[in-house]
Design a protein around this ligand. Structure first.
Ligand code: C5P
Length: 230
């Protein structure tokens, strides 16, 4: 039995998944895998090279190398070995990512990479389909939700930090539109797994979110250890 568990954190855009997952992984000494960054990297490739249709993509996609690496504990997203960590956060990539992520060839390719990255446990993954498709057997599944306004406020801060200009209303509309596309797509839509714990983060601080999930993880790990000893 693997010693460290797998933690899946899903939820709509800007619900606090990545900051929560990152801090939680640090606290548990687990690896954090930002699956959204992988869909964003493929989207950047499409913006630079033109988006092929799904059939054409099936042939091409294996030549698109997307990887997540760590340098001095900082996660970087590489697209064909180029560090695109900053570029993938642009408004242009954000506006196009849901469409690219709805393509079955893209999903199949990235889901396989994610499964390989997390096969030994000791990972926290955040995304839209982690608890339903990528790791349906994850020991701990969390579904984060928050009001669209509080999500837009968080995203606006990130956008401004990245040096781009947008209004709160624009960002909120973009989030709502992206959630709609992500929830209604045919292949692995954004959906809460039946056995996921729902956590509303609208009025929670990042620290208290992390503490709550850390506590669940601790209880699960301890109960597994006890079972193993008996
Ligand atoms: O989490 P983030 O906002 O970076 O994700 C960007 C987009 O990538 C999402 O809006 C969604 O379309 C797609 N995505 C996905 N499945 C995942 C993670 C992200 O479809 N597991």
């Amino acid at each position: 039995m693997k010693k460290k568990i797998t933690i899946a954190i899903d939820g709509p855009s800007a619900s606090g998944k990545s900051s929560t997952a990152k801090l939680l992984a640090k606290k548990l000494n687990y690896i954090y895998i930002d699956t959204g960054a992988m869909y964003r990297a493929v989207t950047l490739w499409c913006l630079e090279n033109g988006k092929p249709d799904n059939k054409e993509f099936n042939k091409q996609i294996k030549s698109i190398n997307v990887s997540i690496v760590y340098e001095n504990s900082v996660q970087k997203t590489l697209l064909n070995r180029r560090d695109v960590s900053k570029e993938i956060r642009s408004l242009d990539v954000t506006a196009n990512v849901s469409q690219v992520a709805s393509m079955p060839s893209v999903r199949e390719y990235l889901v396989n990479i994610q499964k390989r990255m997390g096969e030994n446990g000791g990972v926290v993954l955040d995304g839209r389909d982690i608890g339903t498709v990528v790791f349906p057997d994850a020991e701990l599944k969390i579904f984060l939700v928050a009001s669209s306004r509080s999500r837009a406020e968080r995203r606006l801060k990130e956008v401004r930090e990245g040096g781009e200009v947008a209004s709160l209303e624009e960002i909120e509309q973009d989030l709502i539109q992206r959630d709609k596309l992500d929830s209604s797509r045919e292949h692995s839509p954004l959906r809460k797994a039946g056995d996921a714990i729902e956590l509303d983060t609208s009025n929670l601080t990042l620290e208290s979110q992390v503490d709550k999930i850390y506590e669940y993880a601790r209880l699960i790990t301890e109960s597994r250890q006890r079972k193993n000893e008996n």
